[in-house]
Design a protein. Sequence first.
Lengths: 344, 387
Amino acid sequence: MISFILRRLGVMVLTMLCLTVVVFYLVNLEPNLKKLALSETNSRATPEQVESWLVRYGYREPFFERYGQWIGVWPKHSAHDENGKPIQRYTYCNSSLKPQISGILEGDFGCSTKFRTTVAKKLFPALGATAILMFWVMVCMVPSALIIGILAGMREGSRTDRTLSVISIASTATPEYVSGVIFTVIFAAWLGWFNGSAASATFQGITFYNFTLPVITLAIYGMGYIARMTRASMVEVMTAQYIRTARLKGLSFSGVVIKHALRNALIAPFTVIMLQFPWLLTGVVVVEIMFRYQGFGYILVSAAGNNDIDLLLGCSLVSVFIVLITQLISDIGYAFLNPRIRVQ
Amino acid sequence: MGHLHFLTWPEIILHVIAFRLWPVWLSLAIVMGLSYRYKKRLGLYGQLYDTGIGVVGIFILGFWFFCAVFSHYVSPFNPLGQIAVMRNALPGAIEPQSGHAYLFGGDRLARDVFSRMIDGSRIVLLIAPLATLVALTVGVTLGLPAGYFGRKTDSVLSFLANLVLAFPVILLFYLLVSPEIVQTGLPRITAGVFFAFPVILGALAFWTRYSGRPVLLAIQLAIVLIITYWLYSTFVFYTDPLHLIEVTPSTLNIFVAVVFASSPGVFRIVRGLVMDIKTRDYVAAAQTRGENPWYIMIWEVLPNARGPLIVDACLRIGYTTILLGTLGFFGLGMPPESPDWGTSIKDGSELLRIYIHPALPPAIALMSFVLGLNLLADALREQSLKD
């Protein structure tokens, strides 16, 4: 078990390295750097001025040297003014004048040019806000999906099964930007029960009134998928020999379902639920933009839209990390829950 | 807006269903009627008519297919045309000049919501299936050797697939779809690589099977070459010799990003299926005959994996549609006035608290199309399990 986890961790680190190199390359493409130089100097700078700015601010150092600086294994230099005198790279981040090793590994995520502050100051509160959203989504989504899946899979082919299956198919066919529109029309514009915007949730705290719509919008898309997986797993378990034995020996149907079937039927959905996190990440971005909630998705979109290189790198790192860590947990958890594959 | 005349709701419904959509109903009736009549001879497709879910799925998909085909007859206005007086007009407002009505109202740029919804189906129905097809060939071409040979091949390819899968889709899109990326020419290179896969697969398929019959093989390879020529000249060099589809750099960018995002999923499924199927006796028999491994993969293993692959393709077209909508919703890649559903939903949702009518039709259109595909996939799965 220990060697399995260690091996998985090794692959994870390797994947992280490859992905961050790719992201670093894509974010630092030539047109992006030019745009950054233009917005940081003035928009009428000549190509020579742009080039000189890029050289002076260290954007022309070799690719892997810059990558090493970002990761935090290679010393970062300060910028220079036209006379070659060292100046601070970004004054609002209070970056050091002396060469020093300071990167992700040291906890320095760089400097956001859009928000004029350090990335860490912007990114982590936003992640906190998104974590609150995710928590409520999970609280709504997982139990309802499991209940739907179990009820549908309990008696395969029954009327309940067919109805619930169509409902879960419909929910997987409704991406967040569609259900968001429909829910806002019904619950905010028409019935007036909830607020169609979660902007107030960022500063005044979440309430039932402003937070319900974002949460159910996010929950509904993932719900169908988990429910269908649970149903498939439940159907498989219900046809197993030991369930028939338990029924034939006279146990009640509900007793069999709760005591014998559920425990085995819930192993597969566990993996699926963990793997839902990366999916939810896209949904989070959609929902946060649609309902104007300032979380991780909002930061990601403003970083990408404003050519904010360090912030976008930080966001990418966080999202890739979340994806990989959930994969790891789902693998380990699966091996832990399912004794049959624990052998290797 | 006091001077505009309006149709009543029953009149709107009558106009939409009877006066605008009649070519769609007619073609649907003909196709579905004939299919139902001859369902016994139509194989898997015919069997779909035995299930309620299947019929509903075919109906929805057929509806959107014919809407896309007849969009010029169905939509009364130019989807990009702005008629200033109709800005944010409510459903059923009659445009004074032509006397036609904005059946579902006008959006904030005074365009006809109904015409945009119908015209949007063309974009989705063109890109989504095509991108899925390319993703399918990429996934199959890489998944077959990964599952069949295992070991090193599998480790390397699986690692690459997992790399792509570890990207949240939205991040991938923000990194891969932007005017800056188009400037660097990366999408064209990637498209060049992606289109090599159908060519390789086609050439390998014919080569391994018909190398004993040179004339037939030559003809088949010539066909593959012609298709290659068309694909590359249309998508990679933007000079379509037949003028079938006009591909702009930004469309290609979207196309490449969607293929990139969905081919690792296909790869994983194919790999899993191959690992299962290669233990069968007929594969062992082919191996004993000394067949070429690629012959076994393409002509023995692949045909037996077709059931799950068809179901997956159906679901994947739906997923691709959702991805396209996501791109439109974030204003990535599509031109800002594009009538595709995602862009229309984005435009409409900004004003949702004041006017609800511009956002609802494209949202319901997208949902129904994906629902149709999912229902069809469900029916197909049920039918293929019966066999």
